[in-house]
Design a protein around this ligand. Structure first.
Ligand SMILES: [Zn+2]
Length: 182
């Protein structure tokens, strides 16, 4: 088991658009395993490769006891129905904010062997698929908050103990009321 340090908000890798995976080799399978181990150790409901410093289009998820991964994801269609809910991120420990997201989404991509995969996400899985795909585009969920909420989020980040500090040694407990951080 390899648990890798999670990169925190402020790390440039989280603002970098990740590269598509073109080689489905042993190294990629190790990356999926490390992501899965790190996500479960946190614990979190999802983790994208840039969050462990690897700028590749790969993420893992763990929602409702369903653990999986997706490579080179493409999202859509999205449902018109939106859902409310609290969202957190392992790269912003201890913070969570309400964020409306489409209630359902279809995510297409590949598994670690290069086979095509389609995942239909509803509820928290839909949220996780959207949140993790955003990470691959250098987007962090607070970017999607409305102006007033984004202002509150930025103030909370500035006050967070971890902000501007090296990654904490101790594990930060997960916080969101509904589901875990992503
Ligand atoms: Zn996140």
């Amino acid at each position: 088991m390899a648990v890798r340090p999670i990169r925190l908000f402020g790390d440039p890798v989280l603002r970098t658009s990740a590269l598509p995976v073109t080689t489905f080799d042993k190294e990629l399978r190790r990356l999926v395993k490390d992501l899965t181990d790190t996500m479960r150790d946190a614990p979190g409901s999802g983790l994208a490769a840039p969050q462990i410093g690897v700028s590749l289009r790969v993420f893992t998820y763990d929602v409702d006891d369903e653990v999986g991964h997706l490579i080179n994801p493409i999202l859509g269609p999205f449902s018109e129905e939106m859902m409310d809910g609290e969202e957190g991120c392992l790269s912003l420990p201890g913070l969570s904010f309400d964020l409306k997201r489409p209630e359902r989404v279809v995510a297409a991509g590949q598994n670690m062997y290069g086979d095509p995969v389609v995942i239909e996400g509803t509820g928290y899985l839909s949220r996780a698929l959207q949140h993790e795909t955003d990470h691959l585009d250098g987007v962090i969920f607070i970017d999607r908050l409305d102006k007033a909420a984004a202002k509150r989020a930025k103030a909370a980040i500035r006050e967070a103990e971890w902000f501007g500090e090296p990654a904490p040694e101790v594990k930060v407990s997960p916080h969101p009321l509904f589901g875990r951080a992503l």
